[in-house]
Design a binder for this molecule. Structure first.
Ligand SMILES: Cc1cc2nc3c(=O)[nH]c(=O)nc-3n(C[C@H](O)[C@H](O)[C@H](O)COP(=O)(O)OP(=O)(O)OC[C@H]3O[C@@H](n4cnc5c(N)ncnc54)[C@H](O)[C@@H]3O)c2cc1C
Length: 516
């Protein structure tokens, strides 16, 4: 299975690319940006997942949309060359790679757009597809005291990269994913055309590209809704021993009106043990806080559940006002009363919380190890079975990293986008964020991911993969279900030669036809 795309990563794999190929390409492209060939496999041929590696032909650092359009048009004049936009390469399964193809480093365009607009009295920001969300955050807050409404947990991801998937975090229950917070895109299509699109202008391309896995075009600019940025956040973690109580409370919080709930709701599963990564020590938010296992009820099973919530406030809000708002909500929840943890942090510190994890993991040398992650959307009707089969049995000892689980609301997603979801208004995102310690077998963990998906299928659970990764056309068809024909039609309209995003392995550059 693993060998389908390329090779399992070996540093010695990089082959040299004949110079004449590169110089021919460079001359024919006539770019304002730059083209690199030697030594690029280490960057453009790998990703955060660390499971696959390929040998791209060249790495292109475009100066802007015109350069990108030239690259796509040049590829279209060949019979086989593909083009992959690379955001920050934080995919897991080679999605931003192009074996023997042209990789476009979108980060080189990060500063091309940054403009505040007011439309019908509301603030928006035009940003580059290659910008990192963390830079968007810092600039919006410091310059305008405004911020986007919907985030990902980790912000060293690009705007175009997350919009090509969905972009989900603890604000999505209220504002929808990041794809629901964009009103206009500029896209270079697979025909090399630079097109501005929105709900009312070139709408098929607009909705197709949102969650479109990079299949229809390369996002060079996005217009994103903003809101006033709060100053501070009360960040809270509450422990549960019973899954039903955890889900009831999480669903209660995400279905309440704005102003009557928290501003952020997530959750995670932990092993009921003292393991420093998978167990009790993963809960406290402050090194001075102690997790006392004596408070865990005798009836607790192999795993515990932690609800994570946050409330925004301003510097001039009196602490008693914040306490009253928080306590008013907490008193309605059924967590283990003595296992409650909370801290006050700045809004930016809160949104950059995973950056601290990254710094820590880099210092420990595990950030660069492989990450066979699995992300699944599971319907509310299947989540109890999923907990029983997967969390309480298969993963009761943890995955060496967070096991996130929190509810989302389908009505906050736009079904005209390319994202596919399980049925029902409430569904859960489950994210198994594995870190592989040195010497451990990646293959074994990938096999366990496949086994989890198989069990979900065998038990008839209603689920869809998020950041999907399939190897066969039948699996992709099954993934898209009724939306497959729409996805195909969009492909034929906007990238008929199947040039873009070959690393998703949905369409084949040389064999695109209606029978796919
Ligand atoms: C540590 C970590 C934390 C994460 N946390 C979250 C989270 O909380 N929520 C969440 O939703 N996701 C999360 N993700 C997943 C993330 O959304 C995806 O990895 C996503 O692909 C963004 O990464 P990227 O910008 O590096 O894109 P890449 O991995 O570089 O690209 C992803 C895909 O999009 C295509 N692409 C890239 N740029 C563009 C563009 N401008 N236009 C069109 N297509 C493009 C690529 O060709 C590829 O197919 C996380 C990932 C990591 C590694």
């Amino acid at each position: 299975m693993i060998a389908c795309l390329g090779r399992i990563v070996h540093d010695t794999d990089a082959e040299s690319i004949p110079d004449d190929d590169v110089s021919t390409i460079s001359q024919s492209l006539d770019l304002q940006g730059t083209i690199e060939s030697g030594g690029i496999a280490g960057l453009a041929g790998k990703d955060f997942g660390g499971i696959y590696s390929v040998n791209p032909l060249v790495l292109i650092k475009p100066s802007g949309s015109e350069d990108i359009a030239r690259v796509v048009k040049a590829a279209s004049r060949t019979s086989h060359v593909t083009v992959a936009a690379r955001g920050n390469g934080h995919s897991i399964n080679g999605q931003a790679m192009a074996d023997g193809g042209l990789v476009i480093d979108m980060r080189s365009t990060e500063d091309n757009h940054f403009k505040l607009l007011t439309i019908d009295g509301s603030p928006y920001i035009d940003i580059s597809g290659g910008a990192l969300w963390e830079d968007v955050l810092k600039r919006c807050v410091s310059m305008f005291r405004l911020a986007p409404q919907s985030w990902t947990d980790y912000l060293s991801l690009t705007v175009g990269g997350t919009l090509s998937n969905a972009g989900v975090s603890g604000q999505a229950f209220r504002y929808g994913p990041q794809t629901s917070n964009v009103t206009e895109l500029e896209i270079v299509t697979g025909k090399g055309e630079i097109t501005v699109c929105s709900e009312t202008q070139n709408s098929e391309l607009f909705f197709g590209a949102l969650g479109g896995l990079g299949q229809f075009g390369i996002i060079t600019r996005a217009r994103v809704k903003l809101q006033p940025a709060p100053d501070m956040v009360r960040w809270i973690r509450l422990v549960y021993s019973e899954f039903e109580e955890f889900t009831r409370d999480a669903e209660f919080l995400v279905t309440r009106e704005e102003g009557e709930s928290f501003d952020y709701v997530e959750g995670f599963v932990l092993s009921n043990c003292h393991d420093p990564i998978n167990g009790w020590p993963s809960v406290p938010l402050d090194p001075d806080h102690e997790f006392n296992p004596a408070h865990i009820p005798q009836t607790a099973g192999s795993v515990l559940y932690c609800l994570e919530a946050a409330l925004h406030y301003r510097h001039n809000d009196h602490p008693s006002t914040v306490d009253a708002a928080v306590n008013g909500l907490l008193e309605r929840l059924e967590f283990i009363r003595r296992l409650k943890f909370q801290v006050n942090v700045s809004y930016i510190e809160f949104l950059l919380r995973v950056k601290r994890v990254e710094e820590h993991a880099k210092a420990n040398g595990i950030w660069d190890s492989p990450h066979p992650w699995l992300n699944i959307f599971v319907s509310q009707s299947s989540i109890v079975d999923f907990d029983r089969t997967v969390f309480r049995k298969m993963l009761k000892d943890g995955v060496g990293g967070p096991m996130l689980i929190y509810p989302l609301l389908r009505s906050k997603w736009d079904d005209r986008t390319s994202v596919v979801l399980p049925k029902g208004e409430i569904f859960y995102i489950v994210a198994l964020l594995r870190f592989v310690p040195q010497g451990s077998s990646v293959e074994k963990l990938v096999a366990q991911n496949l086994e989890i998906v198989k069990r979900c299928n065998d038990e008839g659970l209603d689920f869809k993969l998020y950041l999907p990764n399939y190897h066969s056309k039948d699996d992709w068809k099954r993934h898209f279900g009724n939306e497959w024909s729409r996805f195909m039609e969009r492909k034929f309209s906007f990238d008929p030669m199947a040039i873009l995003a070959p690393g998703q392995r949905i369409f084949n550059r040389t064999h695109i036809n209606l029978s796919l």
